[in-house]
Design a protein around this ligand. Structure first.
Ligand code: NAI
Ligand code: MG
Length: 352
């Protein structure tokens, strides 16, 4: 029997409402599956913790989390009491950076029973693989002069190492799926880094003769997410392009409340972290109506990462059935509560 150690950080707002039920769902799945167990350590690190201790997590917080096979996070942020840059940089971004989570993975899929804002979603099903450590989001640059002579310089940094790393990850993933990688480029406008990116795509693609590789400019690619989302399998993108595409991906799914994400460590030195795309949703907190699907689907990604693909696939299948049968929270235009959705998923898992 495999026993996985999971560091659980529910965080703030609806993070604390959807996490307990999600853990119950994962436990139900482990019980029915029989081959693995999940051992949780719970960490209360959040804006409440900050208000009490003056920091988002203790000094040895990173060391504590490092003991786990994966980190499972809810959402962070309480903008009325703690500025967002303090809460995000003090916890979320700190974990991503210190644990060298160099890839961000965001699946987007049309789920039966969820209305996409697209007229023709055509059953799209793709994964955005985003470089998560450098690129356009670098700290290199500065400002000089003041007044009308003021100059701001922001340098994008693309290393061979990180570019190859993210592209290999994308091609490997494509091999397990529909064998197609679309690379997001802009080599017609960005004349140094993007030709370098394109060249690296070509080099990496040589090792994957059975995977179709195409390069598409980011502006056209964004439009294709709207007009023909079904044509994509894996999209490989730099930090900025991947960030923007991910939000379109979440939007065309129909609600940010269902979108999952993973921050992946590739060198095995630290755990990866799984967190839904949405934030702490202060506007609906305390009402018991937060959609738990994003957190649960994120749990599915975590199981897959741990090597429990069969259980992971089963979980998504049950989730899809529950949604298709109309057990849905108000963001999906129905009246189910968070616990209604959780209970229905648990019941069906136990019924398998
Ligand atoms: P948000 O994602 O929390 O909310 C945006 C809108 O989507 C709101 O109307 C909310 O009610 C709705 N929504 C989000 N998740 C939902 C769910 N599971 N079920 C039903 N409706 C849902 O983004 P917002 O309002 O910009 O940020 C709120 C706080 O969350 C801020 O402090 C922000 O910094 C933080 N944040 C944290 C993230 C993280 O922990 N990864 C990501 C995004 C924002
Ligand atoms: Mg974003």
């Amino acid at each position: 029997m495999k026993n996985y150690k999971i560091g659980v950080v529910p965080g703030d707002g609806i993070g604390t409402e959807i996490m307990p039920g999600t853990l119950e769902v994962l436990d139900a799945l482990a019980e029915v599956h029989g081959g693995f167990k999940l051992a949780y350590s719970h960490y209360p690190w959040s804006c409440d913790y900050y208000l009490e201790h003056g920091m988002m997590m203790p000094d040895d917080g990173i060391d504590q989390l490092a003991q786990h096979d994966a980190v499972f996070l809810g959402a962070v942020g309480n903008p009325k009491l703690v500025p967002d840059h303090v809460s995000l940089w003090g916890l979320l971004i700190k974990i991503r950076r210190e644990f060298e989570q160099v890839i961000n993975m965001r699946p987007a899929k049309q789920l039966p029973g969820i209305e996409s804002p697209l007229k023709h979603p055509n059953g799209f099903d793709f994964i955005i693989v985003r470089e998560n450590s450098e690129g356009e989001y670098s700290e290199v640059g500065g400002t000089i002069h003041r007044g009308e002579d003021e100059i701001a310089i922001q340098n994008a940094v693309f290393t061979k190492k990180a570019t190859e790393r993210v592209l290999r990850f994308a091609f490997e993933l494509a091999k397990q799926r529909n064998r197609k990688v679309t690379s997001a480029t802009k080599s017609n406008g960005i004349v140094h880094s993007m030709p370098f990116w394109d060249k690296t795509v070509k080099e990496v693609a040589v090792g994957y003769a059975d995977v179709e590789a195409e390069s598409t400019h980011i502006d056209a690619l964004s439009a294709f997410f709207v007009t023909k989302p079904e044509s994509f399998d894996i999209i490989a993108a730099s930090n900025l392009f991947g960030d923007i595409l991910s939000d379109i991906g979440a939007a065309i799914m129909g609600s940010i409340g269902v979108a999952p994400a993973g921050n992946i460590n590739l060198n095995g030195k630290y755990p990866s972290m799984f967190e839904p795309v949405h934030g702490s949703a202060p506007d609906i907190v305390g009402k018991g109506i937060a959609n738990p699907i994003g957190q649960i689907w994120t749990g599915k990604m975590m199981l897959e990462h741990l090597g429990e693909k069969k259980a992971a696939d089963l979980l998504l299948k049950v989730v899809e059935e529950v949604i298709a049968d109309g057990v849905k929270t108000p963001d999906l235009k129905r009246n189910a509560t968070t616990s209604d959705v959780i209970n229905e998923i648990k019941t069906r898992i136990f019924g398998i």
